[in-house]
Design a protein around this ligand. Structure first.
Ligand code: SF4
Length: 472
């Protein structure tokens, strides 16, 4: 099994029962110890035979099926066809795993269950039962440990996409994303510009819906103004094209996307087609409106609010005041463009985000558009400030910053699988206003013109033929 990358934006869940799928070292065997009764609970057990491992997997599967299909007869029929003649048992709720469903449906991804089955039935894989209250639990010392991020109560908002031998699992609620393979012996990709073999369309798209913006930031690399145009088109067809291409999330951008007259309709339309929308804005007054907040809470994966230059502490405090108790702070990201503020302001922002539980998104400066004539401030201290912070907030960085500071990131021992330096590897940019597709928004001069009416064909055409990361 290989992990390529993992974007975790949820807290780890501490289990009391701890069930582990363990890959044993070569030559090592463990004798089977069956669980007590008809329950995979807190007791120590070892499942090493095909039958017992199959029963464990079928038990996990039935729990997941029941979560999305309320008709028990239908669940039984599906189970009988996927695991003919295999009995199931109850599993302690703290050791349950959420299996992904197929995007656009409420059906479990059958290919995922099949791949899991092939993996778990291998001779060197065992299922170990135990609990974390007992020192002798699980009976083995693990060489490496990875907690499957979707454990605990079964959730139905995990969607999956398969790319060759790779799986991309995406939690629509928290934004966590896990890219891994059940197979050994395939190349790790996080160190390279290459994409996963078989990834013919992006996982996410940065979608520019307007070039209108009244904020007038002096460093705006999109050069957006109040003369900028909105895009008006068939949002249903666009969202459907995204779903058909397996695009899991869309970041609505501009200009100022919230100034698009159809903004909330656009969000609803993507949500309806099982593509999770998020957006970046500089506006905060809408946070005072409970109806807008509740729409965003129900429909969007999250949002980022740009702050910077003047009055940033007041702005962050206002965000906290308007949203307190109404929206999960984990859905809120504060975004700053490095190079536009000094070290003191930056440190203060880091602390404020930490205090209010907001994520902090850091963007590398882009020397294009109005950014060309902006006097950029030094920001070589950005990582040091975070390292010196006792309780830093959850940090998100863009690929520009990751590539500008790749050496420093490596020295700071942040695992390379936690960030990506190359645009176009998993995502792309589509400017609906000017009809352009490109690897990223700041690289659109190297993109190509498109007919927006044919997005379904345009996206795979551009993405699969292009070598990603050519600008890194
Ligand atoms: S940076 Fe963003 S908020 Fe500022 S002018 Fe450009 S589009 Fe508007």
């Amino acid at each position: 099994m290989i992990l390529d990358s993992f974007r975790c934006v949820q807290h780890m869940i501490n289990s009391s029962s701890t069930h582990t799928i363990a890959i044993l070292p070569q030559g090592k065997m463990l004798a089977e110890v069956k669980p007590v009764g008809y329950h995979y609970g807190w007791d120590n057990f070892v499942l090493s035979s095909t039958l017992e491992k199959m029963q464990y997997l079928a038990s996990l599967t039935v729990k997941n099926l029941r979560e999305s299909i309320k008709d028990d007869e239908v669940v039984k029929l599906i189970l009988a066809s996927w695991f003919p003649g295999v009995e199931t048992k109850a599993i302690d709720h703290q050791s349950l795993q959420s299996f992904p469903r197929k995007q656009g449906t409420n059906i479990l991804h059958k290919d995922f269950v099949e791949d899991y089955e092939k993996f778990i039935l291998a001779g060197n894989v065992v299922v170990l039962g135990g609990n974390d209250n007992n020192e002798s639990s699980n009976m083995v010392e693990y060489e490496k440990e990875l907690q499957y991020p979707f454990t605990g109560e079964v959730k139905t908002n995990i969607v999956a996409r398969k790319a060759g031998k790779w799986w991309i699992l995406f939690d629509q609620e928290t934004g966590s994303q896990l890219i891994f393979s059940f197979h050994d012996g395939i190349e790790h990709l996080y160190r390279t510009k290459r994409r996963l073999v078989g990834l013919e369309t992006p996982i996410g798209v940065d979608l520019k819906i307007t070039n209108y913006c009244s904020h007038g930031c002096l460093y705006c690399y999109e050069s957006s103004t109040m003369e900028g145009k909105h895009y008006f088109g068939d949002w249903d067809a666009i969202a459907k094209a995204f779903l058909d291409n397996g695009i899991l999330e869309v970041a609505l951008s501009g200009g100022e996307p919230m100034m698009h007259p159809d903004f909330f309709d656009i969000c609803w339309t993507f949500c309806k087609h099982d593509v999770v929308p998020s957006f970046t804005t500089r506006c905060i007054n809408w946070l005072k409106d409970n109806a807008y907040l509740s729409t965003v809470n129900n429909v969007c994966g999250g949002f980022a609010i740009s702050v910077g230059e003047q009055n940033y502490p007041t702005k962050i405090r206002k965000i906290a005041k308007f949203t307190e108790g109404k929206i999960d702070p984990g859905k809120i990201t504060v975004q700053i463009v490095l190079g536009t503020l000094g070290k003191f302001q930056y440190s203060k922002m880091v602390n404020l985000c930490s205090r209010y539980g907001f994520r902090l998104s850091l963007l590398g400066f882009k020397n294009i558009g109005r950014g060309k004539s902006f006097k950029v401030r030094d920001y070589s201290w950005w990582l040091r400030v975070l390292e010196e912070c006792d309780d830093p907030p959850y940090i998100v960085i863009d690929s520009v910053l990751a590539s500008q500071y790749s050496k420093e990131l490596q020295q700071s021992k942040i695992p390379m699988w936690q960030y990506n330096q190359w645009d176009g590897k998993f995502t792309c940019y589509i400017d609906l206003v000017d009809g352009i597709i490109a690897e990223s928004s700041y690289n659109k001069d190297k993109g190509q013109s498109i007919d927006v009416d044919y997005l379904s064909d345009v996206i795979p055409d551009f993405f699969s033929k292009r070598k990603c990361g050519s600008t890194a």
